[in-house]
Design a protein around this ligand. Structure first.
Ligand code: NAG
Ligand code: NAG
Length: 745
C-alpha cells in the first residue's frame, strides 16, 4: 500500500434497476390511491342516497366499510415493504487485502453454538456443526468454540468429547486437502464412492471409517439414552452430572475440553494446536426464569470472557453448519476496514436451508427476504439480527454505545493467560453461569441479549442499532451457513405462528420499532422493522378478502367495479402489476415458476392460519389469558415423510385447528365457485351475467386453484400424509354452513 492511499477492505455496490423499480412503485401507489378513492366515493354515495333500497344499502355499507379497511391496510402494508425495495446494496469483501495487512494480528474469534433439546436436535447434527466451525481456515490459537446445551444432556456432552477426538484427525485432513464443506456429514454426502487411489482417496477411506465408528457410538448412546461405562470412567467430566436432577434443575456444568493455550492435550495428530472447545450447561433452578436462548447466550458471553475473550463473536444455531471455511476472513474485512469498520456492530448472513426442494413447496427459502429485503435494509443502516449466522463485536453485543470518536482497537494489551491450571479456570467460569449471577445487574436489559420477548434476537439487534451501531448484510453467492428447514406444513405454520407472534409482541413492547426507535434509526429501517412486526396483523384483511367477495358472489351482489367501468383499471393494474412483479422478483432470485406459485399458497396459508393464531394469542395474553399451545418444530423427519418431501407432496398428516381453518376456507370457496359454474351453465346468458362480478369470480377461482393440493389431501390421497377424516368432516360442515347461511338469510 502506498503512503496515503486507501484501499478499503470491502466495497458496496448499488442494486441495478433502481430507477425502473421506483417508477413502477410510484405508478402502483397512484393506482392504490385510486382504489381508495373509489371505495370512499361509493360509501359517500350510499350514505347520502337514502331514497332507494334503503334497507339493502344499510346492510351493504358495513361490507363496503370492511372492504375499504382491508384495502387501506393492504396499501399501508405495501408502502411499508417499499422501504426494503427502494435502494438495495451489495457488499464485497477483499480478503486478500486483509491477509496482506493483518495476517499477524487477526483478532480472537469466539463461536457460540446453542442447542436446547437432544431429542429435537440430535447430538450427531450438533457435533457436525461444531466440527464445521472448528475447521475454519483461521489460526487455531485464535479460535474458540463454545457449545451451550440447555438440555443439559450427558449424551450431547459425550458426543462433544467424541467430536473433540475426531477433530484431531478431521481438522488436519480438511486443511491438508482443502476440502469443503467442513461438516463431515455434509462433506461425505458430496463424495460419490469411487476407487480413488490418490492420497486423498486413501486418507478419505481412513477418516470416513473413523467418522462412522464415532457415529455408531453416538447413535447407540442416543438410542439407549445412556453413556457407555468406559467413557464415563475415562472422563472425569461426567461426574458433574452426579448432582443433576432434571434439565430444569441442576448446577452449572462446564468443561474446557480443549484449550488452545494448554500445550499438553490440545493438539491434533500432527502436533498442531487445536481450537479451544468448551461445553457449558448453565445452572437451572425452577425458581429462576431461564430466559431461553437469550439467557444461554448471556452466560456464554460471560464465561467466554475469562476463557478466550474473543473480540468477535459468531453465533450459530446447532443445525446450521458452516459451508465455507473462509467466512471468518470475509467478515473481518467489514469489521477491520480502517474507515468504515469502526461503526459496524454486527454482520448478518442469510438463513439458507439445505433441505429445500426444487420448487420449495413450503416457501421455506423466503427468497424475497434473503435476496431482496435484507439488501434493502442494509442501505438504511443494516439488517436485523436473526439469531443465527451472525458475527458481532463483543463490545456492541455487551451494550456499549457507539460514538463518533470510537476507534476499535484490535490489538489487545492485556492478552488472557491461563492463571493457575484449567481446573481453577473452570471453577471461576462456572460461577459466571449461575442463576443468581444476573440478579441486580444490567444483563438482559442494557447488556447482552434482551430478555422478555420470544424473538430476543431482533430486539437485541434493534437496540444495537439504536446505540449507534450499523450492521452489514453479507450474502455471497456461496452461502456461509446451511441449515435444515421444516418438512411438513404444520411445522411451517407453527414456526411462522411463533415468529409472527414474537415480532408482533416487539411492536407492542417497550422496545417497539414504531415509537421507541423513532428518530433513533433511519425511517426506512423503522418501516422495515414494522413490516416484519406487523406480519400477524395481515390476517384480518386477508381473511376478509377470502370470505366476503365469494360470499356476495353467491347472491350476485357486486363489490368491485364492473369490467367495462374505468374504475376497473386501477384494480386491474394493481393486481397484474403486483403479480408480475412478484413473479419476476422470485425468478430473478433464482426461484422457479412453480416455486413462485407454491409460495403464493404458503403466503395465503400463513396469513389465514398462523397469523390469525398469533394475533389472537397476543391479544389474549394482553388480557392475561394463556397461550394456545402447539408443539415445537422437530428438526428430524421420518423416512416416509422425507420421501414425500422429495416428491414435493404436501405433508399434512395430523389434525390441527390450523388445518381446519385452511380447509374450511378452501371448501367454502370451492362451493361458491361450483355455484357460479352451475349458474353459468343453467342460466341463459351464461358467463355474460357475471360481467359485473368479474373480479369476484376471478378471486374465487384463484382461491380454488391455489388450494388444489388441499382438496387432494382432503379427499383424494390415501397415504399417511393426507388430511385426517376428522378435519375433512369438520371443515366440510363449517364450509357448508357458511355457504348456506347466505341463501337462508
Ligand atoms: C456450499 O458449498 C459448496 C462448496 O463446498 C458449494 O458448491 C455450494 O454451492 C454451497 N451451497 C450454497 C447453498 O451456497
Ligand atoms: C433432517 C432432514 O430432513 N434431512 C433431509 C434433508 O434433505 C436430504 C435430501 O433431500 C435428505 O436426504 C435428508 O434426510
Amino acid at each position: 500500500m502506498e503512503r496515503g492511499e486507501y484501499y478499503p477492505l470491502f466495497e458496496t455496490k448499488m442494486g441495478r434497476g433502481r430507477v425502473v423499480y421506483r417508477l413502477f412503485a410510484i405508478s402502483l401507489f397512484v393506482a392504490i390511491c385510486l382504489i381508495w378513492l373509489h371505495r370512499f366515493n361509493h360509501i359517500i354515495t350510499i350514505t347520502t342516497n337514502h331514497t332507494q333500497q334503503e334497507e339493502e344499502d344499510d346492510r351493504g355499507i358495513w361490507v363496503w366499510l370492511g372492504l375499504l379497511a382491508a384495502e387501506l391496510w393492504f396499501g399501508f402494508y405495501w408502502i411499508l415493504t417499499q422501504a426494503f425495495r427502494w435502494n438495495p446494496v451489495f457488499r464485497h469483501p477483499f480478503k486478500n487485502r486483509l491477509s496482506q495487512r493483518y495476517e499477524h494480528m487477526l483478532p480472537e474469534v469466539d463461536i457460540f453454538v446453542c442447542t436446547a433439546d437432544p431429542e429435537i436436535e440430535p447430538p450427531m447434527m450438533v457435533i457436525n456443526t461444531v466440527l464445521s466451525v472448528m475447521a475454519y481456515d483461521y489460526p487455531t490459537e485464535k479460535l474458540s468454540v463454545y457449545l451451550s446445551d440447555d438440555g443439559g444432556s450427558e449424551i450431547t456432552f459425550y458426543a462433544l468429547l467424541e467430536a473433540s477426538n475426531f477433530a484431531k484427525s478431521w481438522i488436519p485432513f480438511c486443511k491438508r486437502f482443502k476440502i469443503e464443506p467442513r461438516s463431515p456429514a455434509a462433506y461425505f454426502n458430496t463424495i460419490i464412492d469411487s476407487a480413488d487411489t490418490t492420497n486423498l482417496g486413501h486418507e478419505l477411506v481412513a477418516i470416513k471409517k473413523l467418522y462412522n465408528e464415532m457415529e455408531r457410538r453416538i447413535e447407540d448412546a442416543t438410542k439407549l439414552k445412556r453413556v457407555p461405562k468406559e467413557a464415563r470412567l475415562k472422563h472425569g467430566g461426567f461426574s458433574q452430572w452426579d448432582s443433576y436432577t432434571s434439565k430444569r434443575d441442576h448446577d452449572t456444568i462446564l468443561q474446557i475440553i480443549l484449550h488452545n493455550k494448554d500445550p499438553n492435550n490440545s493438539k491434533d495428530v500432527h502436533g498442531f494446536i487445536l481450537p479451544t472447545l468448551v461445553y457449558l450447561s448453565r445452572e437451572k433452578r425452577p425458581q429462576y426464569h431461564h430466559n431461553f436462548k437469550a439467557g444461554a447466550m448471556n452466560s456464554l458471553l460471560r464465561v467466554s470472557s475469562i476463557i478466550s475473550n474473543g473480540k468477535v463473536i459468531l453465533n450459530v444455531d446447532c443445525d446450521m453448519y458452516s459451508n465455507n471455511s473462509e467466512t471468518i476472513r470475509d467478515v473481518l474485512c467489514f469489521f477491520m476496514d480502517e474507515k468504515k469498520g469502526h461503526q459496524i456492530g454486527f454482520v448478518q448472513s442469510p438463513q439458507i436451508f439445505e433441505n429445500v426442494t426444487k420448487n420449495d413447496i413450503y416457501g421455506n427459502a423466503l427468497l424475497a427476504i434473503s435476496e431482496v429485503e435484507f439488501h434493502g435494509a442494509d442501505s438504511w443502516g443494516g439488517p436485523m439480527y436473526i439469531g443465527t449466522g451472525c458475527f458481532h463485536k463483543r463490545e456492541s453485543l455487551c451494550g456499549m454505545k457507539f460514538s463518533g470518536e470510537y476507534k476499535h482497537k484490535w490489538k489487545s494489551e492485556n492478552d488472557l493467560f491461563i492463571e493457575g491450571n484449567l481446573q481453577e479456570l473452570e471453577e471461576k467460569a462456572k460461577g459466571l453461569a449461575n442463576c443468581s449471577y444476573e440478579e441486580n445487574t444490567q444483563w438482559g436489559k442494557e447488556m447482552g441479549l434482551k430478555y422478555g420477548c420470544p424473538v430476543e434476537d431482533v430486539i437485541t439487534g434493534l437496540s444495537m442499532q439504536i446505540n449507534g451501531w450499523k450492521s452489514v448484510y453479507y450474502n455471497p453467492p456461496r452461502k456461509p451457513f446451511l441449515g435444515i428447514a421444516p418438512t411438513s406444513l404444520l411445522e411451517v405454520l407453527i414456526q411462522h405462528k411463533r415468529w409472527s407472534e414474537g415480532d408482533f409482541q416487539i411492536l407492542l413492547s417497550k422496545y417497539s420499532p414504531a415509537w421507541h426507535a423513532f428518530g433513533k434509526i433511519p425511517l426506512g429501517l423503522q418501516m422495515g422493522y414494522c413490516s416484519y412486526c406487523l406480519w400477524a396483523a395481515n390476517c384480518l384483511a386477508t381473511l376478509y378478502y377470502s370470505i366476503i367477495p365469494s360470499f356476495y358472489l353467491i347472491k350476485g351482489i357486486s363489490l368491485f367495479p364492473k369490467i367495462s367501468s374505468c374504475w376497473f383499471i386501477p384494480f386491474a393494474y394493481v393486481i397484474i402489476g403486483e403479480t408480475v412483479y412478484s413473479l419476476l422478483e422470485f425468478l430473478l432470485c433464482g426461484g422457479t415458476f412453480k416455486g413462485w406459485w407454491n409460495e403464493q399458497r404458503i403466503w395465503l396459508y400463513k396469513r389465514t392460519s398462523s397469523y390469525l393464531y398469533a394475533l389472537s394469542d397476543t391479544i389474549l395474553k394482553l388480557f392475561g389469558f394463556s397461550d394456545s399451545a402447539f408443539t415445537i418444530t422437530a428438526k428430524v423427519s421420518q423416512e416416509e415423510v422425507s420421501k414425500r418431501h422429495e416428491k414435493e407432496i404436501m405433508e399434512f398428516g395430523t389434525s390441527s385447528p390450523l388445518f381446519t381453518i385452511l380447509a374450511t376456507l378452501a371448501l367454502f370457496n370451492l362451493f361458491c365457485f361450483l355455484n357460479v359454474l352451475k349458474d353459468a351453465i343453467l342460466r341463459d346468458g351464461g358467463f355474460g351475467a357475471y360481467e359485473k362480478l368479474g373480479l369476484q369470480v376471478i378471486l374465487c377461482g384463484f382461491l380454488v386453484l391455489i388450494n388444489l393440493p388441499l382438496y387432494q389431501g382432503l379427499f383424494l390421497r390415501k397415504d399417511s400424509g393426507k388430511l385426517p377424516s376428522s378435519v375433512a368432516l369438520k371443515s366440510s360442515t363449517l364450509a357448508l354452513a357458511l355457504f348456506l347461511s347466505y341463501i337462508f338469510v
